[in-house]
Write a protein that binds this ligand. Sequence first.
Ligand code: NAG
Length: 255
Amino acid sequence: MALLKLIPLTFSFLMLVAFNDLSLHSYGIRIEGVMKHSIDYDSSSSYNKAVIDVEDYGAKGDGRDDSEAFEKAWGVACSSSQPVTFMVANDKKYKLKPLTFQGPCKSNVKVMIEGSIEASSDQSDWDGKDERHWLLFDEINDLEVGGGGTIDGNGNIWWQNSCKIKTSLPCRDAPTAMTFSNCKNLKVEDLSIRNSQQIHVSFESCSNVHASQLSISSPESSPNTDGIHVTGTQNINITNCAIQTVTPQPQNRAR
Ligand SMILES: *[C@@H]1O[C@H](CO)[C@@H](O)[C@H](O)[C@H]1NC(C)=O
Protein backbone atom coordinates (compact mmCIF):
# COMPACT_ATOMS: atom_id res chain seq x y z
CA MET A 1 0.00 0.00 0.00
CA ALA A 2 1.24 3.43 -0.82
CA LEU A 3 1.60 5.77 2.05
CA LEU A 4 0.28 9.02 0.75
CA LYS A 5 0.47 11.74 3.25
CA LEU A 6 -2.32 14.21 3.05
CA ILE A 7 -0.94 17.54 4.00
CA PRO A 8 -3.52 19.80 5.62
CA LEU A 9 -4.89 21.72 2.71
CA THR A 10 -4.13 25.23 3.76
CA PHE A 11 -1.14 26.49 5.68
CA SER A 12 -1.12 30.17 6.36
CA PHE A 13 1.77 31.71 8.13
CA LEU A 14 2.66 35.32 8.51
CA MET A 15 3.59 36.84 5.23
CA LEU A 16 7.20 37.95 5.51
CA VAL A 17 7.73 39.30 2.04
CA ALA A 18 5.01 40.41 -0.31
CA PHE A 19 4.37 37.74 -2.90
CA ASN A 20 4.57 39.45 -6.24
CA ASP A 21 2.15 38.52 -8.91
CA LEU A 22 4.82 38.50 -11.55
CA SER A 23 2.34 38.36 -14.37
CA LEU A 24 1.21 41.88 -13.59
CA HIS A 25 4.55 43.40 -14.40
CA SER A 26 5.19 44.60 -17.87
CA TYR A 27 8.51 43.68 -19.30
CA GLY A 28 10.49 44.38 -22.41
CA ILE A 29 11.17 41.48 -24.70
CA ARG A 30 14.80 42.01 -25.45
CA ILE A 31 17.06 39.09 -24.67
CA GLU A 32 20.74 39.62 -24.18
CA GLY A 33 23.58 37.20 -24.42
CA VAL A 34 24.65 34.84 -27.13
CA MET A 35 21.64 33.25 -28.68
CA LYS A 36 21.99 30.60 -31.29
CA HIS A 37 18.31 30.10 -31.65
CA SER A 38 15.42 32.36 -32.29
CA ILE A 39 13.11 33.36 -29.51
CA ASP A 40 9.41 33.29 -30.01
CA TYR A 41 7.16 35.91 -28.60
CA ASP A 42 4.03 34.80 -26.88
CA SER A 43 1.28 37.35 -26.65
CA SER A 44 -0.80 35.57 -24.00
CA SER A 45 -0.88 37.64 -20.87
CA SER A 46 0.17 35.25 -18.14
CA TYR A 47 3.36 34.00 -19.76
CA ASN A 48 6.55 35.99 -20.02
CA LYS A 49 6.78 37.24 -23.55
CA ALA A 50 10.14 35.81 -24.48
CA VAL A 51 9.80 32.07 -24.95
CA ILE A 52 12.59 29.52 -24.76
CA ASP A 53 11.07 26.40 -26.27
CA VAL A 54 12.90 23.14 -25.53
CA GLU A 55 12.19 22.06 -29.12
CA ASP A 56 14.45 24.84 -30.36
CA TYR A 57 17.30 23.29 -28.38
CA GLY A 58 16.89 19.81 -29.79
CA ALA A 59 14.19 18.21 -27.67
CA LYS A 60 12.21 15.78 -29.80
CA GLY A 61 9.74 14.01 -27.56
CA ASP A 62 10.22 10.87 -29.64
CA GLY A 63 10.95 8.51 -26.77
CA ARG A 64 14.70 9.13 -26.75
CA ASP A 65 16.42 11.09 -24.03
CA ASP A 66 15.81 14.85 -24.14
CA SER A 67 17.97 15.81 -21.15
CA GLU A 68 20.65 17.59 -23.09
CA ALA A 69 18.17 19.83 -24.87
CA PHE A 70 16.46 20.71 -21.59
CA GLU A 71 19.83 21.53 -20.02
CA LYS A 72 20.79 23.83 -22.87
CA ALA A 73 17.41 25.54 -22.90
CA TRP A 74 17.57 26.01 -19.13
CA GLY A 75 21.02 27.57 -19.39
CA VAL A 76 19.69 30.14 -21.83
CA ALA A 77 16.48 30.79 -19.90
CA CYS A 78 18.23 31.16 -16.57
CA SER A 79 20.93 33.49 -17.84
CA SER A 80 18.53 35.74 -19.72
CA SER A 81 18.47 39.24 -18.34
CA GLN A 82 14.82 39.60 -19.36
CA PRO A 83 11.94 37.55 -17.98
CA VAL A 84 11.37 34.37 -19.98
CA THR A 85 9.02 31.46 -20.34
CA PHE A 86 10.75 28.06 -20.44
CA MET A 87 8.32 26.20 -22.64
CA VAL A 88 7.55 22.49 -22.79
CA ALA A 89 5.00 22.33 -25.54
CA ASN A 90 1.80 20.42 -25.75
CA ASP A 91 1.20 16.99 -27.32
CA LYS A 92 4.66 15.62 -26.73
CA LYS A 93 6.19 13.37 -24.11
CA TYR A 94 9.77 14.26 -23.25
CA LYS A 95 12.11 11.77 -21.57
CA LEU A 96 14.44 13.03 -18.89
CA LYS A 97 17.28 11.61 -16.81
CA PRO A 98 17.88 13.20 -13.41
CA LEU A 99 18.13 16.92 -14.07
CA THR A 100 18.88 19.99 -11.99
CA PHE A 101 17.38 23.32 -12.87
CA GLN A 102 20.00 25.37 -11.11
CA GLY A 103 19.60 28.97 -10.07
CA PRO A 104 20.04 31.69 -9.25
CA CYS A 105 18.70 33.05 -12.51
CA LYS A 106 19.29 36.53 -13.80
CA SER A 107 15.63 37.30 -14.24
CA ASN A 108 12.22 35.82 -13.63
CA VAL A 109 11.58 32.44 -15.26
CA LYS A 110 8.22 30.77 -15.78
CA VAL A 111 8.42 27.08 -16.52
CA MET A 112 5.32 26.18 -18.51
CA ILE A 113 4.84 22.47 -18.93
CA GLU A 114 1.91 21.96 -21.25
CA GLY A 115 3.04 18.59 -22.52
CA SER A 116 4.38 15.62 -20.57
CA ILE A 117 7.72 14.89 -19.02
CA GLU A 118 8.55 11.30 -18.22
CA ALA A 119 11.46 9.95 -16.18
CA SER A 120 14.00 7.56 -17.62
CA SER A 121 13.22 3.99 -16.63
CA ASP A 122 16.92 3.12 -16.57
CA GLN A 123 18.10 3.20 -12.98
CA SER A 124 21.73 3.35 -14.11
CA ASP A 125 21.03 6.93 -15.25
CA TRP A 126 21.32 7.73 -11.55
CA ASP A 127 24.77 6.11 -11.22
CA GLY A 128 27.12 8.62 -9.65
CA LYS A 129 24.21 11.01 -9.13
CA ASP A 130 22.01 11.78 -6.19
CA GLU A 131 19.38 9.04 -6.11
CA ARG A 132 17.06 11.20 -4.05
CA HIS A 133 16.21 13.50 -6.93
CA TRP A 134 14.78 13.32 -10.40
CA LEU A 135 13.87 16.94 -11.22
CA LEU A 136 15.51 19.40 -8.86
CA PHE A 137 14.82 23.14 -8.89
CA ASP A 138 17.48 24.73 -6.72
CA GLU A 139 18.03 28.29 -5.56
CA ILE A 140 15.67 29.96 -8.01
CA ASN A 141 13.83 33.05 -6.81
CA ASP A 142 10.51 34.20 -8.26
CA LEU A 143 10.06 30.89 -10.06
CA GLU A 144 6.70 29.89 -11.42
CA VAL A 145 6.02 26.34 -12.60
CA GLY A 146 2.74 25.34 -14.19
CA GLY A 147 1.09 24.86 -17.54
CA GLY A 148 -1.41 22.06 -16.98
CA GLY A 149 0.90 19.28 -18.18
CA THR A 150 2.02 16.01 -16.67
CA ILE A 151 5.14 14.98 -14.79
CA ASP A 152 5.42 11.20 -14.78
CA GLY A 153 8.04 9.60 -12.54
CA ASN A 154 7.67 6.30 -14.39
CA GLY A 155 8.36 4.69 -11.02
CA ASN A 156 7.61 1.07 -11.80
CA ILE A 157 11.22 -0.12 -11.86
CA TRP A 158 11.94 1.63 -8.57
CA TRP A 159 8.85 0.12 -6.96
CA GLN A 160 9.78 -3.39 -8.11
CA ASN A 161 13.26 -3.01 -6.65
CA SER A 162 12.07 -1.41 -3.44
CA CYS A 163 12.93 -3.23 -0.23
CA LYS A 164 9.26 -2.93 0.66
CA ILE A 165 8.37 -5.16 -2.29
CA LYS A 166 11.49 -7.34 -2.53
CA THR A 167 12.29 -7.71 1.11
CA SER A 168 15.61 -9.44 0.39
CA LEU A 169 16.98 -6.23 -1.19
CA PRO A 170 18.68 -3.57 0.90
CA CYS A 171 16.72 -0.36 1.31
CA ARG A 172 18.06 2.45 -0.86
CA ASP A 173 16.98 5.94 -1.76
CA ALA A 174 14.61 6.49 -4.63
CA PRO A 175 14.09 9.80 -6.38
CA THR A 176 11.56 12.47 -5.50
CA ALA A 177 9.92 13.50 -8.76
CA MET A 178 10.01 17.26 -8.16
CA THR A 179 12.12 18.90 -5.50
CA PHE A 180 12.17 22.63 -4.90
CA SER A 181 15.01 23.68 -2.64
CA ASN A 182 16.13 27.11 -1.51
CA CYS A 183 13.54 28.90 -3.64
CA LYS A 184 12.03 32.22 -2.55
CA ASN A 185 8.70 33.41 -3.96
CA LEU A 186 7.72 30.19 -5.63
CA LYS A 187 4.47 29.34 -7.34
CA VAL A 188 3.72 25.79 -8.43
CA GLU A 189 0.29 25.26 -9.87
CA ASP A 190 -1.84 23.33 -12.31
CA LEU A 191 0.22 20.21 -12.88
CA SER A 192 -0.48 16.54 -12.76
CA ILE A 193 2.31 14.63 -11.03
CA ARG A 194 2.10 10.88 -11.09
CA ASN A 195 3.89 7.57 -10.66
CA SER A 196 6.76 9.08 -8.76
CA GLN A 197 9.70 6.85 -7.95
CA GLN A 198 9.04 7.79 -4.31
CA ILE A 199 7.94 11.20 -2.96
CA HIS A 200 6.04 13.20 -5.59
CA VAL A 201 6.78 16.79 -4.57
CA SER A 202 9.09 18.18 -1.92
CA PHE A 203 9.61 21.76 -0.74
CA GLU A 204 12.88 22.14 1.16
CA SER A 205 14.23 25.33 2.69
CA CYS A 206 11.95 27.54 0.59
CA SER A 207 9.97 30.61 1.55
CA ASN A 208 6.78 32.23 0.27
CA VAL A 209 5.42 29.28 -1.60
CA HIS A 210 2.07 28.96 -3.25
CA ALA A 211 1.21 25.44 -4.42
CA SER A 212 -2.21 24.84 -5.89
CA GLN A 213 -4.19 22.73 -8.33
CA LEU A 214 -1.73 19.87 -8.15
CA SER A 215 -3.15 16.50 -8.99
CA ILE A 216 -0.94 13.82 -7.51
CA SER A 217 -1.55 10.13 -8.00
CA SER A 218 0.11 6.72 -8.06
CA PRO A 219 -1.20 3.16 -8.13
CA GLU A 220 -2.35 1.80 -4.81
CA SER A 221 0.32 -0.90 -5.01
CA SER A 222 3.22 1.58 -5.25
CA PRO A 223 5.39 1.62 -2.12
CA ASN A 224 6.17 4.83 -0.27
CA THR A 225 4.95 7.19 -2.94
CA ASP A 226 4.24 10.12 -0.64
CA GLY A 227 2.34 13.13 -1.93
CA ILE A 228 3.92 16.36 -0.72
CA HIS A 229 6.73 16.88 1.77
CA VAL A 230 7.45 20.25 3.36
CA THR A 231 10.76 20.72 5.17
CA GLY A 232 12.35 23.85 6.62
CA THR A 233 9.99 26.02 4.60
CA GLN A 234 8.32 29.26 5.67
CA ASN A 235 5.06 30.77 4.53
CA ILE A 236 3.65 28.07 2.30
CA ASN A 237 0.08 27.70 1.12
CA ILE A 238 -1.02 24.42 -0.37
CA THR A 239 -4.53 24.69 -1.75
CA ASN A 240 -6.88 22.78 -4.04
CA CYS A 241 -4.64 19.76 -4.42
CA ALA A 242 -5.86 16.21 -4.98
CA ILE A 243 -3.51 13.59 -3.57
CA GLN A 244 -4.55 10.00 -4.10
CA THR A 245 -3.71 6.43 -4.86
CA VAL A 246 -5.59 4.92 -7.77
CA THR A 247 -6.70 1.44 -8.68
CA PRO A 248 -5.08 0.42 -11.96
CA GLN A 249 -7.43 0.63 -14.92
CA PRO A 250 -8.61 -2.65 -16.41
CA GLN A 251 -6.86 -3.63 -19.65
CA ASN A 252 -8.14 -1.87 -22.72
CA ARG A 253 -10.58 -4.04 -24.55
CA ALA A 254 -9.59 -5.16 -28.04
CA ARG A 255 -11.30 -3.10 -30.70
C1 NAG B 1 -1.10 32.37 1.89
O1 NAG B 1 -2.44 32.63 2.20
C2 NAG B 1 -2.62 33.77 3.02
C3 NAG B 1 -4.10 33.82 3.40
O2 NAG B 1 -4.90 33.77 2.25
C4 NAG B 1 -2.15 35.00 2.26
O3 NAG B 1 -2.30 36.14 3.06
C5 NAG B 1 -0.70 34.83 1.89
O4 NAG B 1 -0.30 35.91 1.07
C6 NAG B 1 -0.48 33.54 1.13
N1 NAG B 1 0.94 33.32 0.96
C7 NAG B 1 1.47 32.88 -0.20
C8 NAG B 1 2.93 32.72 -0.22
O5 NAG B 1 0.79 32.63 -1.18
